[in-house]
Write a protein that binds this ligand. Sequence first.
Ligand code: MLT
Length: 325
Amino acid sequence: MTNTLRCVASLVLASAASAALAEFPDRPITLVVPFAAGGPTDKIARDLAEALRKPLGQTIVVDNAIGAGGTIGSAKVARATPDGYTLLVHHIGMATAPALYRKLSYKVPDDFETLGLINEAPSVVIGKPSLTANSFAELRQWIAANGSKVNIANAGLGSASHLCGLMFQNALKTTMTTVPYKGTAPAMTDLIGGQVDLMCEQAVNAVPQIEGKKVKTYGVTSLQRLPLPVLKDTPTLSEVGLKDFNVQVWHGLYAPKGTPAPVLARLNSALRAALNDPELIKREEALGLTVVTDDRLDPASHRKFVEAEKNRWAKVIKDAGEYAD
Ligand code: MLT
């Protein structure tokens, strides 16, 4: 092929690529949720998908790719074509997986583009309805008397419920029996049914069950009480004896590494528009969530935040001696 022809061909390819970028998105986008449908991550993702439809002008299809504490779904996105059509909503598990899974198939945050932080979510320690403990003090006595016979549900190693449960056991200086699920939705079913005793669940998923009086509530994991009607009288764990206990789950939006810069910019601006949607803000605040408005909405700050959280949790996990493999 002559040089002229080669130049023309590369010009045609370049203009086709830039046209494709200019048209992005011109087909539905897949939003991977690494936990089972019906859990907090899924609820937050579906809420975000609805709010992203308008700014992106495309349907967002949620894909629950579950298992292994969220690492299966995360690996799926790390391997996806970096064209902006496959995204990931994940939480604190993005930062904890490297310390928990020695054979993790992706690097954090290296194998992802950070698109911005979405929200921060407190959790609640909740119990099965048949528990006799009616206060945190009574629960603490029951746990001390039953030790490893107490079973606490979570969504797999590296899940938010696992990490909160780990911190809770460390603070109580006890070791319970952990029961992992593929998300806290199936775990909640067993808690309500009495098959497991306790769970440290994100308020976004616990609030409807507490409102329905299907579980018992013992304490919130934030340093301030939550202004939600159903939780306003629930103490923080810090005020009932676990001084400075503070576990805040955060959720962020990610794309595969190598997604073109113009696509990343388009996705970040759509995320900002979605998080400014008054309807979304009202829904999230009603579930105890705080929508991010600070600089962690900026991709570079989001990346720095994930790095800092990865280092912070690595120490907590090492001290607790927790590993998946
Ligand atoms: C977690 O515990 O990591 C999440 O709450 C699980 C889920 O969203 O189902």
